[in-house]
Unconditional design. Structure first.
Lengths: 376, 139
């Protein structure tokens, strides 16, 4: 409630400013509906009921140039999955050091992926949604400061971003709510682009601390059993966390090939070693772009953490310990088939069929979704 | 009968003229900048904000849907208008840039360019007059 009011007052403030303040107001929206095709299927927040809310969203962005190379940008977004409660997705100051260098400070989008900055702006890409297997980490926004530097290297446009900041907020860990903090986030991303080719690399690291009340009894029990060392190897206590991402885009006009890979690790914790990638191929036929993509999520649980204790620990501790560690395992393969249709200069219709095979459960989940992405 | 033939001839002529007519890239007569095709596309894609000599540059587009705009998008920027819209939405919603301002007519381009040495615009070559300097021609 308070957030919605804030959003409204931010907007009325913006509208009340005199015209000469050089104000840019833009917006985007996605109206998406979907349903799984099998009665037990669940995927990306959808179940076997037609749902218009789950992936729909509205956002308004206001940017004001204050002159002398200073500007402020704020984006307020309401997501259907969050009952359209408006919240500040980002809000930052930009100071242009010169035409090629810029500093942003405030709440920023974490630059994990190729499409991080506009992953919510469906109009900016062909898929109905960014590949969830690769984009599903969360922690999408952080508070901090970043430096951009653009340059021309031979025939390539180079964009370099350095980032420093922190994250704090609620997350879900091993199926229950937890408070997370990631301190000392330092990151570097580099993108090289020429007409038909772009390459991107990202490296981010930080120190993760997670307080999960649901895990306290287990950790207390292990400590009492004299296994304080095991607890330290399981919990998230200022533990070094690393993200490595690579991406390549080949766009020769008709054919568009996009691929991204990432690996994520949190040392001395039960966080699985994650490796994810996708490969997407699209073909532009004037206003229609059909595409096919394949995603792979491979999160290897750290079973080696509990294995030495299998014959030693009482069941009352061993069972929850194994459950917590194995809750991190994910092994899925997803095929997507869909198309984008530019039926209007500012709107695109999309439909996408996704079929995800869960190799741990053996179950397959199928989803059909369609929607319209708009920019204004 | 005659009138119909005449109308058809005019329609054919103007259609082919539209197709064949080159675009003139125009600047203020006092602006002596030399531009390559690459410089031009960098200006209109928001990747550069200066002429090669370092002077500040303000690109002006024709409004969406005007024939010369579509030709410019394809010839100078090698992209369809829909691709450019998606390209700009990426920059706009990351606070990295705003698309060039749009003029509603060829005359407006001429007026804007004639009054500001930083402004660069384009229009069908036959429309360029002595209020502006043609810095490049796109066939």
């Amino acid at each position: 409630m308070r957030k919605s009011l804030l959003a409204v007052s931010a907007l009325s403030f913006a509208f009340a400013l005199p015209v000469q303040a050089d104000l840019h107001i833009n917006g985007f929206a996605s109206i998406t509906a979907g349903t799984t095709t099998g009665s037990n299927d669940q995927l990306y927040g959808y179940s076997n009921e037609l749902d218009f809310k789950n992936e729909s969203l509205f956002a308004i962005q206001v940017r004001s140039d204050l002159g002398d190379r200073l500007s402020v940008t704020a984006q307020v977004m309401g997501r259907g999955s969050n009952d359209f409660d408006a919240r500040f997705e980002w809000a930052f100051l930009t100071y242009e050091l010169n035409d090629a260098m810029r500093i942003n400070a405030g709440r920023l989008r974490t630059p994990f992926y190729r499409f991080s900055d506009f992953m919510d702006v469906g109009f900016a890409y062909d898929w109905l949604r960014v590949p969830q297997g690769v984009y599903g980490l969360g922690l999408d926004n952080i508070e901090g400061i970043s430096l951009y530097r653009m340059a021309q290297l031979g025939d390539f446009e180079s964009s370099l971003q350095l980032l420093w900041g922190s994250f704090s907020g609620g997350i879900t860990l091993a199926g229950s709510a937890a408070d997370a903090r990631i301190d000392n986030i330092a990151g570097i991303t580099w993108e090289l682009e020429r007409d038909w080719f772009s390459f991107r690399a990202a490296y981010l690291s930080g120190k993760s601390t997670i307080e999960a009340p649901a895990l306290s009894p287990l950790f207390a029990g292990l400590t009492q059993a004299g296994l304080g060392g095991l607890v330290a190897a399981l919990d998230f206590n200022d533990d070094t966390s690393e993200f490595i991402g690579l991406g390549v885009t080949l766009d020769q006009g008709d054919w568009v090939l996009i691929t991204e890979y990432n690996r994520i690790d949190v040392k001395d914790s039960f966080f699985a070693k994650r490796e994810n990638y996708y490969l997407s191929l699209g073909y532009r036929l004037d206003a229609v772009t059909p595409f096919v993509s394949f995603e792979r999520e491979d999160h290897r649980s750290k079973s080696e953490l509990y294995q030495p204790f299998v014959s030693v620990l009482p069941e009352a501790l061993l069972q929850p310990l194994m459950a917590v560690v194995e809750s991190q395992a994910v092994d899925t393969k997803t095929w997507n088939l869909g198309l984008r249709y530019d039926f209007h200069p500012a709107a695109a219709f999309k439909v996408q069929y996704s079929s995800q095979k869960n190799d741990l459960s053996g179950h397959r989940h199928d989803l059909i979704a369609a929607g319209v992405d708009i920019v204004f | 009968m005659h009138i119909r033939t005449l109308i058809m001839a005019i329609a054919l002529l103007s259609a082919s003229a539209l197709h064949a007519e080159p675009l003139a890239i125009v600047v203020h007569p006092s602006n002596m900048a030399e531009l390559s095709g690459d410089d031009l596309s960098r200006l209109y894609l928001g990747r550069s904000r200066t002429f090669p000599n370092g002077d500040s540059a303000i690109p002006i587009n024709l409004a969406e849907g005007m024939p010369a705009r579509e030709r410019f998008d394809e010839r100078a920027l090698s992209r369809s208008s829909a691709q450019l819209k998606a390209y700009w939405s990426k920059l706009v919603f990351t606070g990295k840039g705003t698309p060039p301002q749009e003029a509603e007519s060829h005359e407006e381009v001429l007026k804007l360019v004639a009054t500001n040495p930083s402004i660069i615009g384009y229009l069908p070559a036959s429309q360029a007059d002595d209020r502006v300097r043609v810095v490049m021609q796109l066939d």
